[in-house]
Ligand binder design. Structure first.
Ligand SMILES: NC(=O)c1ccc[n+]([C@@H]2O[C@H](COP(=O)([O-])OP(=O)(O)OC[C@H]3O[C@@H](n4cnc5c(N)ncnc54)[C@H](O)[C@@H]3O)[C@@H](O)[C@H]2O)c1
Ligand SMILES: O=C(O)C(=O)C[C@]1(C(=O)O)C=C[C@@H](O)C=C1
Length: 305
């Protein structure tokens, strides 16, 4: 793969930024990567493990001369960071982000960016329940979708960013802002909320059933606990910043749940069987299409070493 940008700056050095760094290095996609994290401890860890070619002590210093700046902080912090770096951005540079929500991030970031700077939001549909600078790995984006949400950005800047994501192993697709937030509410945000709820309920039950709920937990529940271990700050910000879409999907989910509840109470096995047959077909369709997005557990392997 050939070099796509001379200099890239990563702001916020957690799971996604560190995975981007290792993936960019693996592909030889960038000449130099600078990085900045808010906490001195994270910056020191980054230096210790060789995360970024240069770790800077301020966000402004990191973005100076960068051709691409990627905001890799929680969704609720994007606006503040954009305001801070804006005066130091190179004319003609591209700013992107990896936030899980797009409308709120665009509204928070775009007003701060000077004329002549391109803003091309993006969102990798890949992650793990781990966070922080040591959790990243080069393979995270391989064969996974990254949604590009140009929202009026220029074609040249958009294509360059797409090439970077493809070079990092991802498949890319362009999406309109509101559609992105709706789709992600369905495939990512509400599933996380359900997992958080289920694990919370099980924990409450454990208090009355003497730890048995967790002791005998089977694979299904363990999958829930993996998802429910995801970063609380990140997910707080996702729900606070994608209110409309998540509340809409949650409403539909509750209606379906009530129907299933009634079917159980009424002994309506036919309804239950029909429902479970339909959902099994959905899962089989995903596997046949080669899009089983089960995350290989690289994060855990790395942590255990
Ligand atoms: N984790 C996932 O599965 C996943 C997947 C796709 C997209 N995302 C999105 O990517 C972004 C980063 O997520 P992550 O999983 O890498 O998180 P992370 O917790 O691993 O890293 C976040 C980094 O941002 C820093 N940070 C937090 N608040 C800050 C602030 N106010 N100013 C400067 N730095 C700040 C933290 O110190 C940390 O270094 C989020 O917007 C998230 O929605 C996450
Ligand atoms: O696989 C996981 O652990 C994830 O939670 C990744 C996941 C998701 O698929 O929901 C989480 C949030 C993102 O914005 C994108 C991807």
């Amino acid at each position: 793969m050939s070099q796509i940008y001379d200099r890239v700056a990563l702001i916020g050095l957690g799971l996604i930024a560190s995975s981007m760094f290792w993936a960019m290095k693996r592909g030889g996609l960038v000449k130099e990567v600078t990085g900045y994290a808010r906490s001195a401890e994270t910056r020191q860890t980054a230096r210790d493990i060789g995360l970024c070619d240069v770790v800077c002590d301020s966000a402004k210093e990191a973005v100076r001369d960068a051709d691409l700046v990627v905001l890799c902080v929680p969704v609720g912090a994007m606006g503040v960071v954009a305001e801070e770096i804006a005066p130091a951005l190179k004319p003609g540079a591209t700013v992107s982000d990896v936030g899980s929500v797009k409308r709120a991030v665009i509204d928070a970031v775009a007003p701060h960016l000077p004329d002549g700077v391109h803003f091309v939001p993006a969102h990798p549909m890949a992650g793990t329940e781990y966070s922080g600078p040591t959790s990243g790995f080069a393979e995270l984006f391989d064969e996974r979708w990254t949604l590009i949400v140009p929202d009026g950005a220029g074609e040249e800047a958009t294509q360059k960013l797409e090439s970077l994501w493809q070079g990092m192993g991802a498949l890319t697709e362009r999406m309109e802002v509101e559609h992105h937030d709706q789709v992600c509410a369905v495939v990512s945000h509400i599933p996380h909320l359900i997992a958080y709820t289920m694990v919370g309920v099980a924990d409450d039950l454990r208090r009355v059933s003497d730890r048995e709920v967790v002791k005998f937990s089977a694979a299904g529940f363990r999958d829930f606990t993996r998802i429910a271990a995801s970063d609380p700050t990140m997910w707080r910000d996702v729900f606070l910043n994608n209110k409309d879409a998540t509340l809409d999907v949650l409403g539909r989910f509750s209606e379906e749940l009530f129907k299933l509840q009634s079917a159980i109470r009424a002994g309506d096995g036919e309804h239950l069987h029909r429902y479970f047959t339909r959902t099994r077909e959905i899962r089989r369709g995903i596997i046949e299409a080669g899009q089983d997005t089960g995350v290989p557990d690289f994060g855990r392997i790395k942590k255990a070493e």
